[in-house]
Design a protein around this ligand. Structure first.
Ligand SMILES: [Zn+2]
Length: 255
């Protein structure tokens, strides 16, 4: 049997299946990775984007953030075939949760194009489409905060309590959102099939989630252009383009 068909059946036959995605899934949409050659951190100083700088000088932080954000995403950035395939697999009930390291919100865009009741998307590092008040925790659409910051309102402030707004992405020096992390671990432990797409699995917690799934007996499917530390433990490894393999998995299930 074809390896694609075999891997697709593992997803279909699993009682619980989850996927973990990283920068490699957003790259075909033109979103640069943070790490590696040509990545955001080869262009920007990571120290300018840590939580301590935000606390000390939120206005200066926001000025630099607007530049970084513009390089990361623009208004035309759209989900690609890999996002759409994952959204289709979720909508068809073949994926119970989509765990992502990405902060671009493109999984949400793809899901909203497919079904109103798409399965859970767990954003481990937050989402730059939102801003959150450091004081009261209220979240708001980032576009609004960006407009205010661009017009010189630095830092943009919460409508309710006047606290400084922060991009709702995890900065250096910040903990990952506790709820998302707990949910990701629960899904990994419960999975019978676990799909990794576009992640090199070198950054925690991404590295340990598929390992936890495999420890629990899950079938592990890895789709990534480069080698990952989990390849040896994986049942299926596709060192191919996510925009080809993920649609092929979906198509193999007739979804
Ligand atoms: Zn507030």
């Amino acid at each position: 049997m074809d390896r694609i068909d075999a891997a697709a059946r593992e997803l279909r036959d699993a009682d619980v299946a989850a996927a973990l995605t990283g920068a490699g899934v957003s790259a075909p949409s033109g979103v640069p990775p943070f790490r590696g050659e040509g990545g955001i951190w080869s262009e920007y100083d990571p120290d300018a984007f840590d939580v301590w700088r935000f606390r000390r000088t939120p206005g200066e932080f926001w000025t630099d953030w607007l530049d970084l954000r513009a390089d990361l995403l623009d208004a035309d950035t759209e989900p690609n075939a890999a996002h759409r395939a994952l959204a289709d697999l979720s909508a068809a009930g073949h994926l119970d949760a989509l765990l992502t390291q990405n902060i671009d919100g493109l999984h949400g865009d793809a899901a909203s194009g497919v079904s109103a009741d798409a399965n859970e998307i767990v954003e481990l590092h937050g989402n730059v489409r939102r801003a959150a008040c450091r004081n009261c925790g209220r979240t708001t659409a980032a576009d609004d905060a960006h407009e205010r910051a661009e017009s010189g309102d630095l830092p943009p402030r919460c409508d309710v309590c006047d606290g400084a707004l922060k991009p709702d992405a995890v900065l250096f020096g910040e903990q990952l959102p506790r709820g998302a992390l707990a949910s990701a671990h629960e899904h990994a432990h419960a999975s019978d099939a676990f799909l990794v797409a576009g992640s090199s699995l070198t950054v925690e917690p991404a590295a340990s989630l598929p390992a936890a799934a495999a420890d629990g007996g899950a079938t592990l499917v890895v789709v990534n252009l480069d080698e990952t530390p989990l390849d040896e433990r994986a049942d299926y490894v596709f060192r191919e383009d996510v925009t080809e393999v993920l649609p092929a998995l979906r198509d193999a299930l007739g979804e």
